[in-house]
Design a binder for this molecule. Structure first.
Ligand SMILES: [Zn+2]
Length: 454
């Protein structure tokens, strides 16, 4: 089934629809009635569903959080999942206004053109092309539109927990080509320990980092302690300053994304290792020794008993993202990414035991299971075939440490929209998508929907 002529003939209409959607600044806002994530994400959803209806599709809307359009008949359903919310514009736009949808230099500019409105409008026209060609699929094809991917995924988690229909399989054009068939499992959690301080050294401040998924570039502690304490710390990238009744200790690190902590340096770990050089006693001494020795600047959790790896995705990684000391309680927030073929049941107990041994208790934990679709699975075989036929390139399979939208429901992988070697401008100023790439995405998505639903 050749959808290219339809897509090329409707290119102007597709781009106009996309530009209209880009002009809605669908950043998360204050909840309102019929707009749980704020007015603009809801408006983007309503406009998108209106477009789908105009093109002749059935639509559905679950509580203004997730909407869909559907084509074809059949018991089973194949899904294409994407989102209509965007991150804020940020500074540094030089080519166009952030929400212009302006076309120039063969590109369409604006927040969301690549992530993820462009690919989803392409998917809508891809579905229209299949309908126009009279395609009669054996499975229903559903385009699912989320509205809260960027800030908490309160969209798809709602859909799944409120009995939204799950696909037999599908993909999300919210990652990259060729195919991401493996995503590490993610455990984000907080462990805390209350300290009863009795010795000469009293911790009054210990803090660093902003989010579990970023390796912190800076951390600082303050202690009430004897005046000679400053001379007891000697470490690289650590500064000790005398303050009233004690010292301030500051550590530097290198900030990187928490899925690749091995590329950075953890300032919190470095700070704990510096403090552990002091003659701390009692619970403070035990606690700092534990953090320094069992976590420190390790990025694979080796000393916590988490040294695990697989061939497809390499080692487990651990990122200590945030530390806080409030009401005499030290809290550590971290993100663990475990290999794609390993199971939660294996990883979580070890993590838990590791921290319990240090006197910490779990105060928060979220889990997103690893994804691994083997190369011989039907979904991967079919998507590979489509990619190779459409591009003439080999469909290399990738495993990554980051989580994509595919994690939000079972049986999905990330497929597109960014081609290998293309500039990645999502979340950056001057976000754009080449018009040719928008149309190629529509063609590939049409071919993929055909292949999965035929
Ligand atoms: Zn996205």
């Amino acid at each position: 089934m050749n959808c290219k002529p339809y897509i090329r003939a409707h290119a102007d209409e597709l781009l106009e629809s996309l530009a209209a959607l880009v002009r809605i600044p669908s950043i998360e806002g204050v909840p309102e009635e019929h707009a749980p994530f704020g007015r603009e994400p809801a408006r983007a959803l309503h406009e998108t569903l209106a477009l789908c209806e105009k093109l002749g599709f059935r639509t559905g809307n679950m509580d203004d959080r997730v909407g869909w359009c559907e084509y074809g008949e059949g018991e089973e359903m194949v899904a294409v999942l994407g989102h209509l919310d965007v991150v804020p514009a940020g500074d540094g736009w030089t080519e166009t206004e952030p929400f212009s949808g302006e076309i120039k230099n063969g590109r369409i500019y604006g927040r969301g053109t690549m992530d993820d409105k462009g690919p989803m409008v392409a998917a809508i026209y891809a579905l229209a092309a299949l309908k126009d060609a009279g395609f009669a699929p054996s499975k229903r094809i559903r385009l699912l539109f989320g509205t809260n991917e960027e800030t908490g995924c309160g969209d798809m988690s709602w859909y799944v927990s409120h009995d939204g229909e799950l696909p037999v399989y599908g993909f999300t054009p919210d990652g990259e080509y060729p195919i991401i068939n493996g995503e590490k499992g993610i455990l984000n959690g907080t462990y805390s320990r209350k300290l009863h301080q009795t010795g000469d050294y009293r911790l009054t401040k210990f803090e660093g980092g902003a989010a579990s998924n970023i390796s912190p570039a800076y951390a600082a502690a303050e202690l009430q302690c004897p005046a000679d304490a400053a001379s007891k710390i000697a470490a690289d990238k650590v500064t000790v300053t005398p303050i009233e009744g004690g010292i301030r200790v500051e550590a530097e690190g290198v900030a990187v994304h928490g899925s690749t902590p091995e590329l950075g340096e953890n300032a919190i770990g470095r700070l704990a290792m510096a403090l552990a050089q002091l003659p701390l006693t009692g619970e403070l001494g035990d606690c700092m020794a534990f953090v320094a020795e069992r976590i420190g600047m390790e990025v694979h959790g080796e000393s916590l008993g988490l040294a695990m790896r697989d061939e497809l995705s390499g080692p487990l990684t651990l990122n200590l993202g945030v530390a806080k000391f409030e009401q005499e309680t030290l809290s550590l927030v971290f993100s663990v990414r475990y290999p794609v073929t390993l199971k939660y049941e294996l990883v979580y107990p070890r993590l838990s035991r590791g921290f319990t041994l240090g006197g910490f208790t779990e105060t928060e934990m979220t889990h997103a299971a690893a994804i691994y679709m083997p190369p011989e699975s039907e979904l991967i075989r079919r998507l590979s075939k489509v990619y190779e036929e459409q591009t003439g390139e080999k469909a290399e399979l990738k495993s990554i440490g980051g989580g994509t939208y595919a994690k939000s429901m079972p049986n999905l992988v990330a497929f597109g929209p960014i081609f290998p070697g293309d500039e990645v401008r999502e979340h950056k100023p001057d976000e754009y998508m080449e018009i040719e790439r928008v149309l190629q995405n529509a063609e590939i998505i049409a071919a993929a929907m055909y292949e999965l639903a035929k």
